[in-house]
Design a protein. Sequence first.
Length: 725
Amino acid sequence: MRIALVSIVDREVPKLSRLVPRSLTGSPAARWIFAAGFFGLVDAAFQVCFIRLVTYTFPMALIFAISMVASLAIFLTGLGALLSRRLRRYPRALLVGVALSIPLSLALLNAMHLVITNIFILGLTAEIAFELVTYLLVILLPFVLFGAAIGVFYLRTIEADRPAVRWLVSLSAAGFFLGYAGSALVLTHVGVWNIILLISLLAAMCRSGGRLLAIVAAGCVALLATLDPGSYIFSALQKPPWLWTAPNPGQVHVYGRWSPYARIDFWELGDGRLGGLYDGMQFWSTGDPKLDEPARQVIYSGIRGKVLVIGSGGGHGLLQLVNADRITAVELDPGVVAALQGPLADYVYDIYNRIHAVHAGDGRAFLETTDETYDAIIFEAAEVNASMNIRSFIQMENYLYTVEGIKAALDRLEPEGVIYLTHTGGMLPLRRIIKGIPSEFHWAVWETDLTVFDPEIYPNGGVPSPVDGKKYKLTAVTTPISRSKETIQRVEESILKSGLEIRMLSDSDDFLEAVRKADAITDDRPLLYLAEGELALPFVVPTVLLLVGLGLICLLRRNCRLSLYFVLIRVGFAITYLYVVITARSLLGGYVETSSVVLGALLMAYAIGTLYHMRFDRKRLFVSVVVAFAILFLSMNNLPTGAPTILKVLFIIVALSPAGFVMGVFFPKGFVLSEQGKAAFYYAIDTLGAALGFLLFYLAILAAGFDGVMLLAVITYLGAAALLR
């Protein structure tokens, strides 16, 4: 994005690769260059804060929010850059505008619950459409101002020292990377609002001298760390908790923090239980084992030997494994582990400190890196006390329940071992999961009614459907899987003898027929957040509108060929970025942390590629695209999940650099061919291409999976290369 701005404001530079290097500190444009680099840091930190507050305000996946905000930021910042020539005389006013828009827009987002009331009763499509429009309105002003300010920095740099633009490009990319990664890392320690306050203050002063800026930054950090005003602001703006029990005097908020994946809060529910909330919604309860679901009490008490629990959450399942010899727990969210091993340990009878081992990290990665084998493996990642929102964590990204994920668990079983899948009925496409079980394994499925919900607010255990607002019955579903048919029969017999009212779904001909007709879930086409076709509609409509609009624009332009070229290269870049971010997921311990390294590696390689664009003719571009994307594809399918973090970072940089470099070559080649005075138009076309790429990415996953997405990215760049003369 920042590289594109160079071409907008510097229409007379024909060959970026021939710019003469100069000492950065000796350049008369040094102040503007450093300001742009620092502003890149502020821009990135704002994006991170916006992502976290979006996922807190609305029930959406963090990984989806990252991709959505990145695409909108490119689009809106590009629109702002088009205003930079008219605003070039008012840099201070722009900076003040940015500084004010950051806290105001995020405060509005944080307090959105005061405006929205039961929008989901209009239907899931209406809910998603409303959310997307809300995001756009809230994010519009700050990002347009960001783009205008960055554009002014480029203009002033070119006026003072034209060859120094390359330093501005590099520092801007480096600042963005540092801001994204740094804010993602410190956010879990200082909270969202302390970062917001800091970047707001620094945005207003980023054109000040380096020494003054450093002094102000140090003073702000010390002040925020001492007073922690962010906690008070968040408390004033946070939404009411969605608890499973009716309000009573015994309900007390006992702990809260920002984790790498969500805002987590813990509430004492007044009956001895502790409720765990993710982004304001209760996902589980824990505490007295006698208050747990009867079905889990019966099933888990019969499990013996070495046990692995994936998605252990509040630890209720761990407390029921009273006859297990050795328990290993894997919980994705390190914030939950830290809370239940530390200040909240008494609520869970210190279970997280008493079992054999606890691992805070991705369950799938653990399965693929451990050498241990187990007598029982329990999947509680979508446990029986899961969130009642149709787009909860498990609906958004599902790599535990794919064919490959189930196989990874089966490989870690002892010969007579059992895998137990436990979840809330309707939260998983169970028939598709069962379809992916190898034929040599045996399985059964039963369900029981859930009892954990307060009858005053959830009559008969029912909750409002997010699709039609009606009440529907909640059930706990259990699926044991084993190589041994006799083992499955013993498990069935024990549950039948328990006296629980259960329904054996696996004895139903209709259920078996549905399994036979189902399509298995694979890593190439996981559930993501698009679990139902209806959820795709909000993406289909704007995609069609963008395709029609861009098609008409290209056809009506005299240089239709070049217009299409810019659309293709930005669509390809957006698809490639999202492909890498979602494929890598939590490789570095969190989605935001991983995406920051991915974006940094791509931007730096992209910046270098722009400097060498004149060395590539069309034939060399064809070969480079094929080779670079082949390296990327092979790398993303062989991620080093068990390697040390530093090696993972190096792997990402090496894997992405060839593709990033090649993508960087394309952009300036197009501007060299643009007509005099038309650079702004082509950049506008390019930003629309980014929005189209975002939409096409998710629709392509539904249609063709991740392999198809990667093929689409390659086709867009090969098509762009073919359009070059």
